[in-house]
Design a protein around this ligand. Structure first.
Ligand code: FAD
Ligand code: NAD
Length: 464
């Protein structure tokens, strides 16, 4: 058996693993990255990028249909239709460009990529099964970046009409009736997209509200938009399985009534879990934090020189967290003094309207024992929002009462995802309300609502 030796071995070429690989190689660390499926991982191939592409296509299609129905803007177009096969091809093109770019960046930096499935033998030895043969790789540092997998419900195993986000992102044709299980990130992002593409959509959620991880005030405009779009919600409901013919989903309500929802397809979006099985991880006997690998603030596991980054190391399972961890670990291995201790990791839900959070909500600040003030500025008072025909939503600032240090931002509204940069920067740089309030924000922009929220928290609002 051929044996290779390297300083750093990374298992997994998703955002966490590939960023670690590029950065380490840039810093001169001999690096091998093993990927068993496709470089770019979940995010580039079957997650962030394809979902945002499909959402964009659905938005454009909906806009065209809106114009065809006598738009107040005076635009007229003939009735719109969509060729979903072409949409998928366009989306695949973006994915290919990005994954090809990752391969080029790794190569340019000097990292070696091996296509194959890795099995851990111990903390320094990994066996890789490639198409041609089986290799053994010896390393000084092992980085586990194996990502996460979708949760399968025992009552609704994947197959036939029961699909995961992966299949939903590559439809051969559009179902007439789609039932979505789970009103979280994937369920709502894709549920809204499918509705805009013309499907009848129902959503079944076991808790009593949509996007239960966000605060209720923030999700209220999303709830209103779902109703306006004609998406039917079934909250506090559990799923019992498909009916005998496989043409409907059996659902049980909180009052124990059972009913069926006709469905051509059922999209199960009930969460993801760290990928910790199927590659010999058990043999390392690492300390775990629930289902994730336990790590410290340098992403070290309980075994010396074994590191874990990205989704496999737990929540929040977001691409940008994994990338930041990858960069940190690469720099530590290269001898830099680094730790992974962000002041905030922004999160965005690409629903319509979008939701973005960074840092603490008012309730989270209170739970943390902080005495905070908070204020919101509504988009109804923002000129740019009016010109975009979208005044639902607001920006909210949360800051300490004593010194006005900003500890959190939340926003809901059209295109607010782009505010994540301003939110993250102000928290990471230790900005106070006065810093944001005193910064000239260009007019007319949605960003003015950020400045106005800070001004309002200081009792100095001008435009409301
Ligand atoms: P992954 O991207 O899962 O990559 C892990 C890689 O490891 C995979 O390529 C896998 O093949 C490989 N691998 C695993 N085990 C082995 C082994 N034994 N040998 C060889 N290779 C192995 N996050 C956001 O921040 N924003 C979004 O908008 C967003 N949208 C999403 C939409 C969807 C539909 C989904 C499913 C997820 C979305 N996410 C989003 C989450 C995001 O995709 C993940 O947080 C991110 O991909 C995690 O990166 P990772 O590198 O930890 O793992
Ligand atoms: P999620 O945790 O966001 O939502 C799952 C939802 O399903 C929850 O509301 C939960 O209450 C519900 N649920 C769970 N079991 C159920 C059942 N048996 N019946 C009915 N409802 C049930 O999970 P997701 O939407 O699958 O997304 C997985 C992860 O992927 C996210 O947590 C996030 O880390 C990542 N992601 C991020 C983005 C983004 O950043 N924009 C987008 C998509 C996915």
């Amino acid at each position: 058996m051929k044996t290779l030796t390297t300083t750093l071995l990374i298992i997994g070429g998703g955002p966490a693993g590939y960023v670690a690989g590029i950065r380490a190689a840039q810093l001169g660390v001999p690096t091998i990255l093993v990927e068993g499926d496709r470089l770019g991982g979940t995010c580039l191939n079957i997650g962030c990028i394809p979902s945002k592409a499909l959402i964009h296509a659905a938005d454009e299609f909906e806009k065209a249909r809106h114009w065809a129905n006598h738009s107040p803007l005076g635009i007229q177009v003939p009735a719109a239709t969509i060729d979903i096969a072409r949409t998928v091809k366009w989306k695949d093109g973006i994915v290919q460009r990005l994954t090809g770019g990752v391969a080029t960046l790794l190569k340019r930096a000097g990292a070696q990529v091996i296509e194959g499935w890795a099995t851990l033998l111990d903390g320094k030895t990994v066996e890789v099964r490639t198409v041609q043969d089986v290799l053994r790789i010896q390393c000084q540092h092992l980085v586990i970046a194996t990502g996460s997998v979708q949760t399968e419900l025992p009552t609704l195993p994947f197959g036939g009409p029961v699909i995961s986000s992966t299949e939903a992102l590559a439809p051969a044709s559009l179902p007439k009736r789609l039932v979505v299980v789970g009103a979280g990130y994937i369920g709502l992002e894709l549920g809204i997209a499918y509705r805009k593409l013309g499907c009848e959509v129902a959503v079944v959620e076991m808790t009593d509200r949509v996007l239960p991880t966000y605060d209720e005030e923030l999700t209220r405009p999303v709830l209103a938009a779902l109703k306006k779009l004609g998406i039917v919600l079934h909250l506090r409901c559990s799923v019992e399985g498909l009916n005998g013919g496989g043409s409907a989903l059996r659902v049980r309500s909180s009052t124990a009534d059972e009913f069926t929802l006709p469905a051509d397809q059922v999209l199960v979006a009930a969460g993801r879990r760290p990928r910790t099985t199927g590659f010999g991880l058990e043999s390392l006997h690492l300390d775990m934090a629930g289902r994730a690998i336990k790590i410290d603030e340098q992403c070290r596991t309980s075994m010396r020189d074994v590191w874990a980054i990205g989704d496999v190391s737990g929540e929040p399972m977001l691409a940008h967290r994994g990338m930041a961890q990858g960069e940190t670990v690469a720099e530590i291995i290269a001898g830099h003094r680094r730790k992974f201790a962000p002041a905030a990791i922004p999160a965005i839900c690409f629903t319509d309207p979008e939701v973005v959070v960074a840092g603490l909500s008012p309730a989270q600040a209170e739970e943390a024992g902080l005495d905070c003030l908070h204020a919101a500025f509504p988009f109804t008072a923002n000129g740019r929002a009016m010109t975009l025909e979208s005044t639902d939503g607001f920006v909210r600032a949360v800051a300490r009462r004593d010194n006005h240090l900003i500890v959190g931002w939340q926003a809901v509204g059209r295109a607010v995802s782009e505010l994540a940069a301003a939110f993250g920067q102000s928290i990471e740089m230790g900005a106070r309300l006065e810093d944001v309030a005193g910064t000239i924000h260009a007019h007319p922009t949605l960003g003015e609502a950020v400045q106005e929220a800070a001004m309002r928290a200081l009792g100095q609002a001008v435009h409301i």
